[in-house]
Ligand binder design. Structure first.
Ligand code: ATP
Ligand code: MG
Length: 564
């Protein structure tokens, strides 16, 4: 319990944590063991973060352990690149599997032996139906299936055929090993599921040792059993698979008996979540790799500038339930905004610069002005910012023929330069095309620090950077990768048709205050009035800093949508 805030009631336990608390109380378990079981066929996304926080979180809270197990039974799509990336991401999120790094492929020998045991019990058979016949024999939701003509083979024949499968004597696709359960079961998954198939593929860990590979329903429960997992937590789409999970373990009367529990997967609007689709975006170059800052992969969020704490807080905020639901992208953005609001120093950066010449400021003169690093938190200290005769401000802080309520720059109007002086705009200088190239302003030397001794009110305050001292940078502003809430919902169209063409805006001529020359890759700052930013870990260099906008200051999207 958090003892610092005695007023906030403890959050009620979610249904999985309740089950675990009861199992501990009743003495059913004394050590909690969970696992996170990714298939190494892609990078992790924010949905996986929910599962990671749940599995590792439960282990931590109960002094248990959480295993990281690679479910690597489909060699065609898996690779060590993914294995490494997944480990990096889980660690970055702040979790530790200790010595419990496992691979389903470590159990291939044992799994094979269990399959042989099922055959000997008369509970598995080699079936030669092809995919099409298999489907037909399976029946439908309203009609029972039919028994395969190969279902009643003798144990000896099955053992011999399975050995031939294993020895590479039978061709891929010609047969599979199936569990003999119930072709009339109302649960279609129980209609004699395949448990081993032939696949002549090189495996990234076992090489060419195997040409048969176990299917998920057979492998997962037994891997859980081998690792003595107490609570095997997965997403709702596996609810019907639980019957097979239980059947395999009960039929083999294994010494340890894990239980499977299902929770609702995370869905977020304006994105796609499946690895298969994310892979398409990567392979077809719609994005700049798995870690594109617009992707909701862990590596994309990391490169974008999300903090591990903000992702963990997000997962806590959305909770764990039993009903599928959609979470608004704004909730994820808020989680990082809340974190950075507390921790990120405030600085000034001009994204789209317009030059100002302060005509009454002496040419040679320079001075340093003190600025607070975090106005709400004096402990974060102050810094000095250089000021000189020529500065940059945001182009849209100037307006010709401005309406009365425009409290920024327009001819004849006075505005406050943050931490500096009050200046009055005298004249806009245009080029031959009528484009404004610079503003001529005068400053009031009596207003150093930003307030007038005569007490006159100046409403607008804008940010600025000294032209001579500022550092040039590229700044990238991101929007959502898709322009519709659910890119998957239109069955007639490919989800990629809904990619947002304006999801990345590159500003190549931004000017930032000199403080930003020294920031480290892992630092995050607020550019006042513009949002939170960090260096791009992939493309930034000392010669050419590249900054990513992590998130705007407020939910500008919600506001825009309301306006229509
Ligand atoms: P995808 O559907 O994106 O390809 P997956 O389920 O195939 O994901 P796995 O590598 O099998 O990916 O997933 C590892 C674990 O993460 C599983 O236990 C799975 O239930 C969980 N998981 C995957 N997607 C989500 C999600 N959107 N929300 C919560 N948990 C998820
Ligand atoms: Mg999966």
């Amino acid at each position: 319990m958090n003892t610092n805030t005695p007023d906030t009631p403890e959050k009620p336990l979610d249904f999985i944590r309740q089950i675990i608390a009861e199992d501990l109380k009743s003495g059913k378990h004394s050590n909690i063991v969970t696992r996170f079981p990714p298939e190494p066929n892609g990078f992790l996304h924010i949905g996986h973060a929910k599962s990671i926080c749940l599995n590792f979180g439960i282990a931590k809270e109960n002094n248990g352990v959480c295993h990281l197990r690679f479910d690597d039974t489909n060699p065609g799509k898996e690779s060590t690149e993914y294995v490494d990336a997944i480990q990096k991401d889980v660690r970055w999120l702040g979790f530790d599997w200790g010595e419990h790094l496992h691979f389903s492929s470590d159990y291939f020998d044992q799994l094979h032996d269990f399959a042989v045991q099922l055959i000997k019990m008369g509970k598995a058979y080699v079936c030669h139906l092809n995919a099409e016949d298999m489907r037909e024999y399976r029946g439908t939701l309203t009609e029972p299936g039919k028994n395969s003509p190969y279902r009643d083979r003798s144990v000896e024949e099955n053992l011999a055929l399975f050995a031939q499968m294993k020895n590479g004597e039978l061709a891929e696709g010609t047969c599979s090993l199936r569990a003999k359960i119930d072709m009339a079961s109302p649960n279609m998954i129980m209609r004699d599921p395949a448990i081993y198939r032939i696949m002549n593929k090189h495996h990234h860990r076992t090489g060419d040792t195997w040409c048969i590979y176990p299917m998920y329903d057979f492998c997962h429960c037994l891997s859980d059993m081998i690792e003595q997992i107490t609570h095997s937590i997965c997403t709702l789409e596996f609810e019907n698979n639980r019957a097979v999970y239980d059947w395999v373990l009960d039929t083999l009367t294994t010494p340890c008996r894990p239980r499977q529990y299902e929770f609702a997967r995370l869905n977020i609007n304006f994105t796609v979540m499946s690895k298969r689709k994310l892979l398409q975006l990567v392979e077809e170059n719609h994005v700049d790799g798995w870690d594109d800052p617009r992707m909701l992969t862990i590596s994309g969020l990391r490169r974008r500038g999300y903090t591990p704490a903000s992702i963990r807080n997000f997962c806590e905020t959305i909770g764990v339930g039993k009903r599928d639901s959609w979470i608004d992208m704004g909730v994820l953005e808020n989680s990082v905004r809340d974190d950075l609001n507390v921790h990120a120093p405030r600085v000034m950066g001009v994204l789209d610069p317009l030059k100002i010449v302060i005509t009454n400021y002496p040419e040679e003169q320079e001075e340093e002005l003190e600025a607070q690093n975090h106005p709400q938190n004096p402990d974060m200290g102050t810094r000095m910012i250089p000021f000189s005769r020529e500065i940059y401000v945001e182009r849209d802080d100037y307006m010709e023929n401005a309406p009365r309520k425009f409290f920024r720059l327009s001819e004849g109007r006075e505005v406050r330069l943050r931490y500096a002086y009050l200046i009055t705009c005298d004249k806009a200088i245009k080029d031959e095309n009528g484009e404004i190239v610079e503003l001529h302003c005068t400053y009031d030397p009596e207003t150093r620090g930003g307030s007038a001794p005569d007490g006159r009110k100046v409403k607008g305050t804008i940010h600025w950077v000294s032209a001579k001292h500022g550092i040039p940078a590229e700044v990238r502003l991101y929007d959502r990768l898709f322009s519709v809430e659910n890119p998957d919902s239109d069955k007639e169209k490919d989800f990629k048709e809904f990619l947002n063409p304006d999801s990345c805006q590159v500003l190549e001529n931004s000017i930032l205050e000199p403080y930003l020359a020294d920031i480290a890759l892992e630092d995050r700052v607020q550019f006042e009035r513009q949002g939170y930013f960090c260096l791009d870990s992939k493309e930034s260099s000392p010669e050419k800093p590249v900054f990513n906008r992590i998130v705007t200051l407020r939910d500008s999207w919600a506001k825009m949508q309301k306006k229509g």
